[in-house]
Design a protein around this ligand. Structure first.
Ligand code: SF4
Length: 319
């Protein structure tokens, strides 16, 4: 596979708009001939009170966002939510916990493993986002049935300290290495609209392109400004910048699921259609995305139907 460095990514990103999205469309069609969108459900299994200071996040204990701190959800509650997600057409179930990370020695780790084992029986892809991992915790999560680990880079290495000071960009990369060594696929992307430049976004993409193996999934989030966080006043992302980034990601990482993630409530239907045209092929589905609003299930179904896009089918239930 050709690896794209920053100059190559920038050359693509700066193509005339219609040339860029036409090239991305061609690569999308060659690699994803089914024209399907994967529906993923994201559940917050432990909300609020996080020790980290990510400037975009309502769950950080560093900011007064009015969010109630909750304990780790019981296994049965999570499994019920996963069953509902599956019945609604999701083929990937992602579980997110608001904490710095987890190790094999944490008191809550056995409950996390038990949750994964139960959710894995439903036949969906099982993704977790649990912060920093040790190599051993990664190995045990894989053995319990995790198929993918989400750990976003968020932004460029240079801009990262403006967003987070309680851990480093290199900490993120170390966890991603542990995840890959354990045999889980990597779901890794970023957030745009945090005050970074367009070049920062491409620098983040350059790091994603350096992963070996390439990330299986690349979520592209638009900031949802949260009351009480340092980024609460950020203006919305320009739709054409978002489409350019999606198209460039599609060209650089042809086989990755490019997930149009947070921020869709601030996009028009036409804007989302352009994102799908440029190569996005997955959305998060359901009314809530951790603590942020998301378009309703009916609105998403009718948008996909209007665009004649299929929905990735669930696997048969494991017995
Ligand atoms: S993004 Fe994750 S690690 Fe950062 S404050 Fe929010 S929950 Fe904590």
């Amino acid at each position: 596979m050709t690896r794209f460095d920053l100059p190559a990514l920038k050359a693509l990103y700066d193509l005339p708009f219609f040339e860029l999205i036409s090239q991305a469309r061609e690569v999308y069609r060659a690699n994803w001939p089914e024209h399907e969108v994967q529906l993923c459900t994201l559940m917050s299994i432990k909300t609020g009170g996080c020790s980290e200071d990510c400037a975009y996040c309502a769950q950080s204990a560093h900011y007064s966002t009015g969010l109630e701190r909750e304990a780790l959800a019981p296994v049965a509650t999570i499994v019920e939510t996963a069953e509902r997600a599956r019945a609604n057409g999701s083929t990937r179930f992602c579980m997110g916990a608001a904490w710095k990370g987890i190790t094999e020695n944490d008191a809550k780790f056995p409950q996390v493993l038990e949750t994964v084992r139960e959710v894995a029986k439903l036949g969906m892809e099982v993704c977790v986002t649990l912060g920093q991992l040790t190599p051993e915790a990664a190995r045990q999560l894989r053995a319990a049935g995790v198929t993918a680990y989400n750990h976003n880079l968020d932004t460029s290495p240079e801009f990262y300290p403006n967003i987070v000071t309680t851990h480093t960009f290199d900490d993120r990369l170390a966890t991603i290495r542990s995840v890959q060594a354990a045999g889980m696929s990597v779901c890794c992307g970023g957030i745009i609209g945090m005050g970074e430049t367009e070049l920062d976004r491409l620098k983040m993409l350059e790091v994603l392109c350096s992963f070996d193996p390439a990330p299986e999934s690349v979520p592209i989030n638009c900031l949802m400004p949260m009351e009480g966080t340092p980024l609460s006043e950020q203006p919305p992302v320009d739709i054409f910048q978002l489409v350019r980034l999606i198209a460039t990601t599609r060209l650089a990482l042809p086989k990755a699921r490019v997930r149009l993630s947070a921020g869709r409530t601030r996009l028009s239907k036409e804007g989302q259609a352009l994102c799908f045209f440029a190569g996005a092929n997955s959305i998060f589905y359901g009314d809530k995305l951790l603590t942020a609003a998301n378009p309703g299930v009916d609105a998403d179904r009718s948008l996909l139907a209007a665009l004649d896009l299929g929905i990735t089918k669930p696997q048969p239930l494991a017995v």
